[in-house]
Write a new protein. Structure first.
Length: 141
């Protein structure tokens, strides 16, 4: 009986940890320690293109549709198709290009670490050593 009780507690405990699935990461030299949801949305819609220091914000996205990308954009309150529409409008009006979409979370981590001012998002299991974690996003069922 005691084993069953400990087993159930283990499931509850690890289930709680598994909900924090996505991390917004930044280059270690990025001039912020955390980001709000609205700041993150401004960076990803490209409405804001610089940190408060004036340094450019370089934004990376994931190319493939997967759970991490879905959780990230649900958190922002935008579908991926709506974001593409926003980026296309900005591109056509000459206001700038969309974020560079990379083929894997590993590549997002590598590019964020090697690009001053960069941000991106990965699963918490894919946070590269040395990256600054600005925000953790919990999945909603």
């Amino acid at each position: 009986m005691r084993f069953v009780y400990i087993f159930i507690l283990g499931i509850i405990f690890t289930g709680g940890l598994a909900r924090a699935q996505v991390a917004v990461i930044a280059h270690p030299g990025a001039p912020a320690e955390q980001l709000s949801k609205s700041e993150l949305l401004d960076f990803y819609t490209r409405d804001v293109r610089t940190w408060n220091t004036g340094e450019p914000v370089i934004v990376f996205d994931l190319k493939q549709k997967n759970t991490v990308k879905k959780i990230f954009y649900q958190f922002l309150g935008k579908s991926t198709s709506r974001m593409k529409s926003i980026w296309m409008k900005k591109m056509l009006s000459g206001e700038g290009d969309p974020p560079e979409a990379l083929s894997s979370q590993k590549k997002v981590g590598e590019r964020v670490l090697s690009t001053p001012g960069a941000i991106g998002f990965v699963s918490v299991d894919s946070i590269p050593d040395g990256a600054k974690v600005l925000l953790r996003i919990e999945a909603h069922k």
